[in-house]
Design a protein around this ligand. Structure first.
Ligand code: SF4
Ligand code: SF4
Length: 277
């Protein structure tokens, strides 16, 4: 990818957070935040204690595979043992083999994907999420765990910004999400990725995907069995790994999303009016 002055680095956008989704971060069967923090904390500490050059990586890798639970969500997706915390305050995750972590020595060629793939990979979010949407999301979310879940969910990001933009007749400028009420409201929407009441308990679900034992596919909401038409929030429901037990649950879910959109639109219009005075 050609990078220009306006390039936004989604992997490491600022000092508050970063993403490690394509290194397999969320592919552990237990990918709750508490479990991932423990895992990354222990391996980062072991890395700093035992690795001083490339020759130490084989024993580090073996130790991680013995020490950590290797149960995955999808067997076909690799979980890289070299993903860890980059800073003492554990706000940024990233590659422990990266030259910036090792006094200029690039050790990524020792990894499963190899240096070239690790260095040159730009996920679809780089291409499909617009510049304004990227900047807005970076302003909204400060936590690495939630950030990685959302920045890789193109449907969720694009649908949310489309719905609020339709309500206020413009794409809200990214700067309004930096702090205050509008940031809070948008953050509560994206936090549904973690606290959505209708989230499927299946370990083989991740966003709109599920794994059938050999491949992963898109899981659609079965509106027919609920006796309903496709919801206007269908993309959001899929992104949130929704599972509805009844028509009433679906209606309740639609009510939650609509309410969040309406509250944001009202707050935004009020702020815009106040600024115009
Ligand atoms: S999933 Fe995308 S944003 Fe996240 S680390 Fe990979 S390339 Fe970067
Ligand atoms: S070696 Fe590659 S896959 Fe592993 S953490 Fe580093 S960038 Fe990610």
């Amino acid at each position: 990818m050609i990078q220009d002055d306006t390039f936004i680095h989604l992997c490491q956008p600022d000092s508050c957070k970063s993403c490690g989704a394509c290194c397999g971060l969320y592919n552990y069967a237990d990918s709750t935040k508490g479990s991932l923090v423990e895992r990354l904390r222990k391996r980062t500490s072991l890395f700093h204690q035992t690795v001083s050059d490339r020759a130490d990586l084989v024993s580090f890798s073996e130790a991680i595979k013995t020490m950590e639970d290797q149960t995955k969500r999808y067997e076909v997706i690799y979980c890289c043992e070299y993903l860890g915390f980059l800073d003492r305050s554990e706000r940024r995750i990233g590659c422990l083999l990266h030259p910036l972590q090792n006094g200029g020595a690039d050790m990524r060629d020792a990894s499963f994907y190899g240096r070239e793939l690790c260095d040159g990979h730009f996920c679809p979010s780089y291409h499909y999420i617009s510049r304004e949407e990227k900047m807005a999301l970076i302003n909204i979310i400060d936590d690495w765990y939630l950030y990685g879940l959302c920045i890789t969910d193109i449907d969720l990001v694009k649908t949310y910004f489309r719905l609020i933009s339709e309500g206020v007749y413009e794409m809200p400028p990214p700067s309004i999400f930096k702090h205050g009420r509008l940031k809070e409201l948008a953050l509560s929407f994206f936090s549904l990725k973690i606290n959505w009441p209708f989230i499927s308990p299946s370990v083989h679900r991740f966003g709109k995907y599920y794994f059938d034992g050999s491949q992963y596919m898109i899981k659609h909401v079965d509106y027919e069995s609920l006796g309903c038409d496709r919801s206007r929030f269908d993309r959001i429901f899929s992104s949130l790994s929704s599972e509805f037990g009844s028509k009433e649950e679906l209606k309740e879910a639609e009510g939650i999303i609509q309410h969040m959109i309406d509250v944001f639109v009202t707050a935004y219009l009020k702020e815009r009016k106040a600024h115009q005075k």
